[in-house]
Design a protein around this ligand. Structure first.
Ligand SMILES: Cc1ncc(COP(=O)(O)OP(=O)(O)O)c(N)n1
Ligand SMILES: Cc1nc(C(=O)O)sc1CCOP(=O)(O)O
Ligand SMILES: [Mg+2]
Length: 216
């Protein structure tokens, strides 16, 4: 049996009004348990605001060895020193993101519910592919819904990791882990958790420890 450990991938809220307050919240959350990556996903923010956010948050992620991934913008990710970029099908290709960010950067690609898109992303040099949305989400208006089987097939046939996204909570997480997700990408399930973000990170890690991929 191959050792398979699923990890947490945090997605910021789409808007951060108080960067100082969010930095404190993040520091506390990252201290509460294992987190592989943080995606800065500020929709409709200016370039200056994104630069300001990266500058404030990157020392916090670096101190915990958490990869800081910028959403949508390979150019700004490279310019601000982010560890990687996540691109959707209408943002940029994995190949152009790689050209802009260089060989050491982490490149992730949205693949909705399509193994075909995921194979294309893998061939173009992506480091991970993201499938979703698996559950209803209020964080983003989504048009694609994915079936957990896509995670199992990907896990059993491909080397590069797969991320599950969309409506992942403490209740829905086990189905994603059992299906074969390498990472759980979570926004509201962390930042809107009733007991706070640090408690959410702690509880997600408890679920991650207690649940195994069922596909081998
Ligand atoms: C890990 C992860 N997976 C999927 C997405 C969605 O990307 P995209 O389709 O480009 O939509 P926006 O996030 O840009 O609204 C993601 N951001 N992260
Ligand atoms: C950013 C994003 N992308 C999705 C996709 O399906 O590609 S679902 C989604 C929202 C993720 O936030 P939450 O954990 O609050 O549902
Ligand atoms: Mg995008």
């Amino acid at each position: 049996m191959t050792d398979h450990r699923c990890r947490l991938y945090l997605i910021t809220p789409p808007q951060i009004d108080d960067l100082e307050a969010f930095a404190g919240l993040l520091e506390h959350a990252l201290g509460a348990g294992d987190v592989a990556a943080l995606q800065l996903r500020l929709k409709d923010a200016s370039d200056d605001r994104i630069r300001e956010a990266v500058d404030r948050l990157i020392p916090i992620t670096k101190a915990r060895d958490v990869a800081l991934i910028l959403n949508d913008r390979p150019d700004l990710a490279a310019a601000t020193g982010c560890d990687g970029v996540h691109v959707g099908q209408d943002d940029a290709t994995a190949a152009s993101a790689r050209r802009i960010m260089g060989p050491g950067a982490m490149i992730g690609v949205t693949c909705h519910d399509s193994r075909h898109l995921a194979m294309e992303a893998a061939e173009a040099g992506a480091d991970y592919v993201a499938f979703g949305a698996f559950f209803p989400t209020s964080t983003k208006t989504v048009v694609h819904r994915a079936d957990p089987e896509i995670l199992t097939i990907w896990q059993q046939t491909m080397e590069i990791p797969c991320v599950a996204i969309g409506g992942i909570t403490l209740e829905t997480a086990p189905a994603m882990i059992e299906a074969g997700a390498d990472f759980l990408a979570v926004s509201a399930g962390i930042w809107s958790f009733s007991e706070g973000a640090a408690a959410a990170v702690r509880e997600f890690n408890r679920v991650l420890q207690a649940t195994q991929f069922r596909g081998y």
